[in-house]
Design a protein around this ligand. Structure first.
Ligand code: PLP
Length: 394
C-alpha cells in the first residue's frame, strides 16, 4: 500500500480506487452510465459556470456559509475549546442538501427527466425532493416500509414537495432495502438519474459526493483560522456512510498536525446491535463498492442497528476505509447512551437541539478531549427536530 500514489482529495479524479478500496461492482447495464457520469464530473470539476451555479444555490437557497459557533458553556464545563460547524442551519436541516444540489445540477446537465433516490430516515429523501421541486424535475424516492412507518412526517414532507414515495417491504424494510429497490429501478430505467445520498456505492459516487461536500471543510478551515488564528487540534464528525465527515475532513486532511476523528453509531456496542462498520466490520464488496461491511460468520451482510437512522447502515465509504487503514483518521464507537447524553448536554447547555447522528460527534469530542484545553471542530451535521420523539426526557 505504501507505494500507491495518494491522489489529492480536493479535486475530482476518475480513479475509482482508494488504495485497495472502492471500484464499481455493478451489473453490465450500469457500467456505461457510470463511466459517462465519471467523465462528466471530471469536466465539471473545473467548469467555472457549473461551480458558479452550484455556489449560487448554496448561498441563496441553502443559506451558506453555515456559521462556526464557539460552544462557550460546554467548553468551560469540559475544559476544551469546542467549535461547532453549523450544518444544522442549512435549508432542510442537514448537510445532505449540499450534495443533492450538486447532483441535481449534474442531472440537469445530463438532461435527466426523472430523479430517483433512496432514503432511510427520510432526510436525504426530503433534500432530494426539495432540490427536484426547485428545478421542476420528477422525483421518486424509495424507502423501506418499516422506515416509512417510523418516519411518517418525512414521508408527508416528500409528498408535499411533489415527490412520489415508493415503499418496499423487502428485507427489514430499512435503508439497505431501499438502496436495493432504487438500484433495481435504475437498471430498468437507465434514463433516470440516481441521486445517491452518502459517500457509498460504486464509482463515481464516492468521489462525487466528496466533491460536493468539501464546501464544509473549506468553510470550516477559513472560519477556524479567523477565530483562533491557528488550525484546530482535531476535526470530529459522525460516520454513517461518511459524507459529512469527508466534507469536514477535506479541509484539514493535508495538515498532518490536525487529527481526524470519526464517531460510528455504536448502538449497543456489539455485533448484531451496532452500526460501527469500521470498528466491527471486515473488508467486503457491498452495494457496488469494496469497503468495510458488517458481516456474519458466512460473510453475509449483517443488519445494522443504531438509534440514529442516518448512521444505521452496514456499509461505509471506501475513502474512510482507506483513511482507517493508512491511519490518517481514527474511528471510534459511540453508543446510543453516550449519544443521548451528548444530545441532552448540547440542548440544555447551548440551546441547540442536534440530530441524534450529530450528537455522536459531540459525545466523541467531549469524551476524548475533555480537560485537554485543545481546540476541536465538530461537524454538527443536522438539527434534531426529527428525533425529539425518540429521546426520553431524562
Ligand atoms: C444522513 C445523516 C448522517 C449520516 O450520513 P453521512 O453520509 O455519514 O454524513 C449524519 N447526520 C445527519 C444529520 C444525517 O441526516
Amino acid at each position: 500500500m505504501e507505494n500507491t500514489i495518494q491522489l489529492p482529495t480536493d479535486t475530482f479524479t476518475t480513479n475509482p480506487y482508494y488504495n485497495e478500496f472502492g471500484g464499481a461492482f455493478v451489473p453490465e447495464a450500469l457500467t456505461a452510465k457510470l463511466q459517462e457520469l465519471s467523465d462528466l464530473m471530471e469536466k465539471l470539476d473545473t467548469d467555472e459556470t457549473f461551480d458558479r451555479e452550484f455556489i449560487y444555490y448554496l448561498n441563496h437557497f441553502v443559506g451558506r456559509p453555515s456559521p462556526m459557533y464557539f460552544a462557550r458553556r460546554l467548553s468551560e464545563k469540559y475544559g476544551l475549546k469546542l467549535y461547532l460547524k453549523r450544518e444544522d442551519l442549512n435549508h432542510t436541516g442537514s448537510h445532505k442538501i449540499n450534495n443533492t444540489i450538486g447532483q441535481i445540477l449534474v442531472a440537469k446537465r445530463l438532461n435527466a427527466k426523472e430523479i430517483i433516490a433512496e432514503t432511510g430516515a427520510g432526510q436525504h429523501g426530503v433534500a432530494t425532493a426539495t432540490a427536484a421541486a426547485m428545478l421542476g424535475l420528477r422525483c421518486i424516492v424509495f424507502m423501506g416500509a418499516e422506515d416509512a412507518k417510523r418516519q411518517a412526517l418525512n414521508v408527508k414532507r416528500m409528498q408535499l414537495l411533489g415527490a412520489q414515495v415508493n415503499t418496499t417491504s423487502a428485507g427489514r424494510g430499512t435503508l439497505k432495502d431501499a438502496v436495493d429497490a432504487a438500484l433495481g429501478y435504475y437498471i430498468n430505467n437507465p434514463e433516470s438519474y440516481y441521486l445517491l445520498g452518502s459517500q457509498v456505492g460504486p464509482h463515481p459516487y464516492p468521489r462525487m459526493v466528496a466533491r460536493f461536500q468539501r464546501i464544509i471543510g473549506r468553510e470550516a478551515r477559513e472560519q477556524i483560522l479567523e477565530a483562533e488564528n491557528s488550525l484546530p487540534n482535531a476535526a470530529v464528525a459522525c460516520i454513517g456512510g461518511g459524507s459529512n465527515a469527508i466534507g469536514l475532513f477535506q479541509g484539514f486532511i493535508d495538515d498532518q498536525q490536525v487529527e481526524l476523528h470519526g464517531a460510528e453509531g455504536g448502538g449497543m456496542g456489539f455485533l448484531g446491535k451496532t452500526a460501527a462498520t469500521l470498528n466491527l466490520g471486515r473488508p467486503a464488496i457491498f452495494q457496488g463498492t469494496k469497503s468495510y461491511c458488517l458481516l456474519d460468520e458466512n460473510d453475509e451482510p449483517l443488519p445494522s442497528y443504531s438509534i440514529a437512522a442516518g448512521l444505521d447502515y452496514p456499509g461505509i465509504s471506501p475513502q474512510h476505509a482507506m483513511l482507517k487503514t493508512n491511519k490518517r483518521a481514527m474511528y471510534h464507537i459511540i453508543t446510543d447512551d453516550e449519544a443521548i447524553a451528548a444530545f441532552r448536554e448540547l440542548s440544555t447547555m447551548e440551546g441547540i437541539i442536534p440530530a441524534v447522528e450529530s450528537a455522536h460527534a459531540v459525545a466523541l469530542a467531549l469524551k476524548k478531549f475533555a480537560k485537554t484545553g485543545k481546540t476541536i471542530v465538530v461537524n454538527l451535521s443536522g438539527r434534531g427536530d426529527k428525533d425529539i420523539d425518540r429521546i426520553p426526557l431524562s
